[in-house]
Design a protein around this ligand. Structure first.
Ligand code: UT7
Length: 316
């Protein structure tokens, strides 16, 4: 969906969206499509790319599961033909994929599984308020997936130390108020608008920049790296101006940031794996690159890690 198409139903302009957010197009699912449909396709491609028939577990990072109960990951595992493997959802909003990598790496390190699919998938078009021009222009739907496997800590692709954090006092900055136990146990009637996603844009902006910059520094320090060692940064594609500000804070050349927000918008948990895919296809990510991953999202939550980019043959 182009900015021009959005102007038909919202009081906005292509110029405002490009200059404030840096988005030109985004994808939105058709009615009847669900987050799991995107996730299954992304996971199939990840397995094909890895050249393996399956994985020992499935972790789905999402804010938009197919339904509140049960989790969506078991259905994804079944549709992938993975049998009775462990499968669960993880909720950390836009930080979900990085949290998912940390949890996945931990499951492998514990010896519980040999390999695992980490999928980031979100369909914000299902929770956006059609009247809210600020959030409607930012978000898009998408899914991305990686296969993690046991390996040597020195080999390319091995995940470095993680920095993860949260600040629940600011939970209200990014929220869907309705649908949970607080509302269901409340004697007051629900407000129909509570089903929609709400965000305090300016406060989110400031927190996103500060948290991603500090978290990146912390993860790099734990890995014994400096920002000057980083060849590519794959940050959560929140907003192009947020990426500009993080680059300035970190003193990393903006050209080293992989960015696909113009094409797909902010896809929440799918943002980093989609940027990895696009970065690889576009030749921006190459084997041997030292890559920093950093994310920020509702909760508030944030997380970062680093890796040396491995040889990867992408599936179509
Ligand atoms: O994963 C984390 C995701 N979240 C984000 O990345 C959001 C971070 N926040 C932001 O990027 C910015 O705060 C926004 C892009 C959301 C908003 O930009 P802003 O510069 O903070 O704008 P604002 O909310 O202060 O609004 C400025 C003006 C207002 O008009 P007035 O009151 O000055 O007349 C808004 O009504 O812009 C208006 N506005 C719009 N105008 C045209 C808000 N949305 C739109 C729109 N088109 N879509």
């Amino acid at each position: 969906m182009t900015n021009e198409e959005l102007t038909h139903r919202l009081a906005t302009t292509d110029e405002w969206i490009r200059s404030r957010i840096g988005v030109a197009t985004r994808h939105m699912i058709d009615p009847g499509t669900a987050t799991s449909d995107l996730a299954v396709e992304a996971a199939r491609r990840a397995l094909r790319s890895a050249g393996v028939p399956g994985a020992g577990a499935v972790l789905l990072a999402t804010t938009t599961p197919d339904r509140p109960c049960p989790a969506t990951a078991p259905e994804i595992a079944s549709r992938l033909g993975l049998g009775t493997v462990p499968a669960f959802d993880l909720a950390a909003v836009c930080t979900g994929f990085v949290y998912g990598l940390a949890v996945g790496a931990g499951l492998i390190a514990s010896g519980l599984v040999e390999s695992l699919l980490v999928i980031g998938a979100d369909t914000y078009s299902t929770i956006l308020d059609p009247e809210d021009r600020t959030s409607s222009v930012i978000f898009g739907d998408g899914a991305g997936a990686v296969l993690l496997r046991a390996g040597d800590s020195e080999e390319p692709g091995a995940l470095g130390p993680f920095d993860l954090g949260s600040h629940g006092e600011l939970a209200d900055l990014i929220t869907v108020r309705g649908g949970g136990s607080r509302q269901r146990s409340s004697p007051a009637p629900a407000d129909p608008g509570d089903q929609y996603f709400r965000m305090e844009g300016r406060a989110v902006f400031a927190n996103a920049v500060a948290r991603m910059a500090a978290s990146s520094q912390s993860a790099l320090k734990s890995a014994g790296l400096q920002t000057s060692d980083v060849d590519r940064v794959v940050a959560h594609q929140a907003n192009a101006r947020i990426l500009d500000a993080v680059a300035t804070e970190l003193r990393v050349d903006r050209d080293r940031f992989v960015s696909n927000i113009a094409r797909v918008g902010n896809t929440s948990a799918a943002s980093i794996p989609l940027a990895l895919d696009h970065g690889l296809r576009d030749g921006e990510l190459r084997a041997g690159h030292r890559v920093l991953l950093t994310a920020f999202g509702g909760g508030l939550t944030w997380g970062s890690t680093s890796l040396t980019w491995p040889e990867i043959a992408l599936a179509d």
